[in-house]
Write a protein that binds this ligand. Structure first.
Ligand code: PHE
Length: 355
């Protein structure tokens, strides 16, 4: 014999018990209620199962009534869960709140290394002049470091540079000039870049370190002249040393990759170390008009495009600016030295004072 329909009383009783219990439940109780009602052994589940044993007429009316209750209970469970979750999130946010306006604890602060500071300053100065900042790898191939720069295999400049050779035939780059080549191969003119970075030569004394830093500059365009080179160096060096109209002298020299080539000197007082005063000159880098062979090596037509390049020693200009006497101290990681010559990370290099 088939069972008769679920008595409506039973559904009402379940509704009357379940809904207020759900509305007042905490998170754990809510889960218990859910399982007790809708789980495998749940009361509502049992009622739904009982439908199978009913005759079709009874099943129809009972099924409708049970499903109405099921929908009500499901909605009540979902609503209560949402309320509890929101409250839990609020509580967590309140508990984990941090006061970002609190002053920092007086912890010993670090300092920016003077060489990093110089690079930041060059970035600010040349950035304001419209230069992009480029870099290249420490390990270079012979072509980028020498041949493409018009330094052929037998050239004495190769020996002059005291190169570190690696077993695979590569070199530790002896200057930042290979990034000239990389850049010209990579993008068409106009080009306006600086390249601050590490360089390597087999050399070690108070003024030479096997690892040191240079900053290359390269400008390629139509109608670029030596006047642009001089003006660019003048603006850069005056801004860097913060000496308006710093005396800058271009002294005839030779580099295979520039023609004409010039050493860059700045005026200073040898006795007092004062930059810009006195009658002495100090060399801080090399420069020149990019050699037509170098342009051609990079697929740039030297009849259409000209340019200038320069390279300055970053240790050299940093030592001059801050009166640092011995190059080796840059790399000794002596915390007292760094505290003295380093700069607060909270004083970023900017051009607030202008050129
Ligand atoms: N690369 C040269 C050096 O290391 C410097 C330089 C760069 C000279 C660019 C001219 C043009 O000595």
């Amino acid at each position: 014999m088939q069972a008769s329909a679920t008595p409506p009383d039973e559904l009402d009783a379940l509704r009357a018990a379940a809904l207020p219990a759900i509305a007042g439940a905490d998170s754990a109780a809510l889960e218990e209620l859910r399982v007790g009602l809708m789980g495998k052994q749940g009361k509502l589940t049992a009622l739904l199962k009982s439908l199978g044993a009913m005759d079709p007429e009874a099943r129809k009316s009972a099924g409708a009534a049970i499903n109405v209750l099921k929908a009500e209970i499901t909605e009540a469970l979902t609503a209560r869960r949402a309320v509890l979750d929101a409250a839990a999130l609020e509580a967590q946010l309140a508990a984990e709140r941090i006061d970002v306006t609190q002053p920092p604890r007086p912890e010993p602060s670090g300092a920016i290394h003077p060489l990093s500071r110089t690079q930041d300053e060059l970035t600010a100065i040349f950035g304001a002049m419209g230069f992009a900042i480029k870099d290249g790898p420490d390990i270079e191939n012979d072509w980028n470091n020498f041949s493409a720069l018009n330094i052929p295999g037998h050239h004495p400049a190769r020996a002059m540079m005291d190169t570190f050779y690696l077993t695979g035939g590569e070199v530790l780059r002896t200057h930042t000039s290979p990034v000239q080549i990389r850049t010209m191969l990579e993008q068409p003119p106009p080009i306006r870049i600086i390249v601050p970075g590490r360089t390597f030569r087999s050399d070690h004394d108070a003024t030479h370190s096997p690892m040191f830093h240079q900053c290359e500059g390269l400008v390629i365009g139509e109608g670029i002249t030596l006047g642009h080179l001089k003006g660019c160096l003048q603006d850069f060096l005056s801004a860097f040393f913060q000496v308006p109209n710093l005396p800058v002298r271009l002294r005839s020299s030779y580099f295979p990759f520039t023609e004409p080539s010039m050493e860059v000197d700045i005026g200073w007082n040898k006795k007092t170390g004062e930059i810009g005063g006195g009658a002495d000159w100090l060399e801080i880098g090399g420069s020149g008009m990019v050699h037509p062979n170098v342009l051609a090596n990079c697929g740039i037509d030297p009849r259409q495009y000209q340019g200038f390049a320069f390279g300055v020693g970053l240790e050299r200009i940093t030592m001059l600016k801050h009166g640092i006497a011995d190059l080796r101290l840059f790399y000794e990681s002596d915390i007292r030295w760094l505290r003295h010559y380093g700069v607060s990370p909270l004083s970023p290099a900017t051009l607030h004072e202008g050129f």
